[in-house]
Design a protein around this ligand. Structure first.
Ligand SMILES: Nc1nc2c(ncn2[C@@H]2O[C@H](COP(=O)(O)OP(=O)(O)O)[C@@H](O)[C@H]2O)c(=O)[nH]1
Ligand SMILES: [Mg+2]
Length: 310
């Protein structure tokens, strides 16, 4: 399902290269890899949204290798960083895991405005193109207009929506959607959820309940719990990843809005923060703008030589 387009990832990382690899190259040129330079490299990583945790780990490793005499020249640091970022993506399952027999239930979570509903529309579009039948559950009963937004997408793509009442119990909607999905024998049920409630605690409890109820109706559900994060929110995305990972066992991340002003270092930061694979990236607002995450294309996009980029 879905093809990765190296070019699209490269394009969307253009801004990141400007704040990451371009300054790094300028910094290291002709210099010895001493403590001053290491500190300056650290500052560049932080500015590119790589995050405190991943930055510290990579910089510590760099420092050790310098002390051990393995690295000497400024340029060695870039090769080192590229290798350490690559090591964060061992071969792993990046596609969606489908249940047999179905339906497969996908739970989509994330704070308001990150792009949950849009991502669901994109997933729907890709699944339909693969010949799969899809049913949507509108579990965001909290925000006026949320159900309608999902319905507008659903009409456009040609899938049905199970909905409850505004302000009704989202877990009941999840239950009904799973029941309807099972009865109709659809391949995939996707549950859209609220991003904001009265309190963060209430939101997390609600998500736990939705997941539990889905599992009662369909064995093993939710088979995928995808957390959607907005790349333009920078280090807030890291905090969100940590919060949500505590409420529901996540199986994948979707990083949206990488087409905009986002700094792609955030992909590294969230990966480091919650250890969950990045499965998809959002690179625009239309149903076609979802791509499977391709670690190689991502790393080439971040560190690729400046000469062959445009
Ligand atoms: N540029 C861009 N905009 C996106 C992307 N994904 C979502 N959006 C926009 O982000 C806004 C919020 O999206 P929505 O799906 O309603 O977020 P939700 O509150 O999490 O359901 C909308 O204007 C979307 O068009 C993306 O990958 N790129
Ligand atoms: Mg929504």
């Amino acid at each position: 399902m879905l093809r990765s387009l190296g070019r699209k990832i490269r394009d969307s990382l253009q801004r990141t290269r400007r704040v990451l690899i371009d300054p790094l190259r300028d910094l290291v040129r002709g210099r010895r890899l001493d403590e001053d330079l290491i500190r300056e490299i650290e500052a560049v990583l932080l500015r590119a949204d790589v995050g405190v945790k991943a930055t510290r780990r990579m910089i510590d490793g760099l420092r050790e290798d310098v002390k051990a005499g393995k690295l000497e020249k400024g340029e060695d640091a870039i090769a080192y960083l590229k290798k350490s970022v690559a090591a964060m993506w061992p071969p792993e399952e990046l596609g969606l895991k489908f249940a047999a027999p179905g339906p497969t239930v996908l739970l989509v979570t994330g704070v308001n405005g990150v792009g949950k509903t849009t991502t669901i529309a994109k997933l729907c579009h890709a699944l339909r193109a693969d010949g799969k039948t899809v049913l949507l559950g509108a579990c965001d009963t909290f925000r006026a207009g949320a159900v309608r937004q999902l319905e507008v997408w659903a009409e456009r793509i040609g899938v049905e929506v199970v909905r409850g009442q505004q302000g009704g119990d989202p877990a009941a909607v999840a239950f009904d959607a799973c029941a309807a999905g099972a009865a109709r024998g659809v391949d995939v049920v996707i549950l859209d959820t609220a991003g904001r409630l009265q309190t963060q605690d209430a939101l997390m409890r609600q998500l736990e309940k939705i997941a539990k109820v889905a599992g009662k109706r369909i064995e093993g559900a939710p088979h995928e719990s995808l957390l959607v994060l907005d790349a333009t929110s920078g280090q807030n995305a890291v905090v969100q990843a940590e919060h949500f990972a505590r409420a529901v066992p996540l199986t994948g991340l979707v990083i949206t809005k990488l087409d905009g002003t986002a700094k792609g270092g955030v992909v590294i930061a969230v990966r480091e923060a919650c250890g969950v694979p990045v499965k998809f990236i959002g690179v625009g607002e239309t149903a076609e703008d979802l791509q499977p995450f391709d670690p190689r294309a991502f790393i080439d996009g971040l560190f690729g030589p400046a000469d062959d980029e445009d």
